[in-house]
Design a protein. Structure first.
Length: 251
């Protein structure tokens, strides 16, 4: 008996169950519209995460630099290092544009984050980075406790020794309050790429800000991931596009 005829005799609830099972085994059935997808990607939750804050020029770029690293769980662009309360983008007072990095210390260390910090900007440029001129773009390592500040001092000395002809301007200071920046500045690089946004299901703003996957893709969109990770993500996206499968769950 042909399949469709048999179906015609099945009780309706059974048919629904059958279709559901088919749906689970056949890609064609499980394609879901992006706006129905909740933030399913692996979010690390039940482990002690650590926080680090750095200032290294524009926070759009800084967030992208750190978001792509293995072990970094979450990134937030914001303001730190100054005294003005509730700074805003157009009036940030004496703060520096900064990035707060939440990381799993079992996967990446503060020392490794420092290496990325040094290699991702020009710590010898005075009063800005590249075309971004001003004190808000100054270079700072924020520390929390003596251990971190020791590591920061040692790494700055090493950086200075690498090239003696110019002075490393980076400041090292205890972290005060970190003020998260306005929504439009979060995951800024990713937001410039509607295709990638769609690929992860057009997450609502709040989820986008907290998503590890969005943090990674924010780095990818800016082409600031380590080469190996950039290529991994390229491959994964190409694969997805080839299959016509509209959901990226992980990178
Ligand atoms: C600073 O360090 C203390 C002690 O290790 C920790 O409890 C606290 O969460 C840290 N603060 C930040 C902002 O990382």
């Amino acid at each position: 008996m042909p399949f469709s005829e048999r179906n015609a005799h099945l009780p309706r609830p059974f048919l629904v169950v059958l279709l559901t099972i088919l749906g689970m085994t056949d890609n064609a059935f499980s394609i879901r519209m992006p706006d129905q997808i909740s933030n399913a990607p692996r979010e690390v939750s039940d482990q002690p995460l650590k926080m680090a804050v750095f200032a290294l020029g524009s926070f759009w770029r800084s967030e992208a630099v750190f978001g792509c690293l293995d072990g970094v769980v979450r990134t937030t662009a914001g303001y730190a290092g100054g005294s003005k309360t509730n700074p805003e983008y157009r009036s940030l007072g004496d703060h520096a544009e900064s990035v707060q990095v939440e990381y799993d210390p079992r996967l990446i260390s503060f020392r490794q984050l420092l290496e990325v910090f040094w290699s991702s900007h020009d710590s010898r440029q005075v009063f800005g980075q590249g075309p971004d001129v001003g004190s808000q773009y100054r270079s700072i390592i924020f520390t929390n406790g003596t251990e971190e500040s020791k590591l920061a001092v040692v790494s700055k000395e090493r950086e200075q020794l690498r090239l003696r002809s110019s002075v490393v301007t980076t400041q090292i200071q205890p972290l005060g309050i970190f003020y998260p920046a306005e929504s439009e500045h979060q995951k800024f690089e990713l937001k410039r790429n509607p295709f990638l946004l769609q690929l992860i299901g057009n997450l609502p703003q709040e989820e986008l800000e907290r998503s590890s996957l969005a943090a990674k893709l924010n780095g990818y969109a800016a082409e600031l991931c380590p080469l190996k990770i950039q290529k991994q993500i390229d491959a994964k996206i190409n694969d997805i596009v080839k299959k016509g499968w509209p959901v990226l769950r992980d990178v």
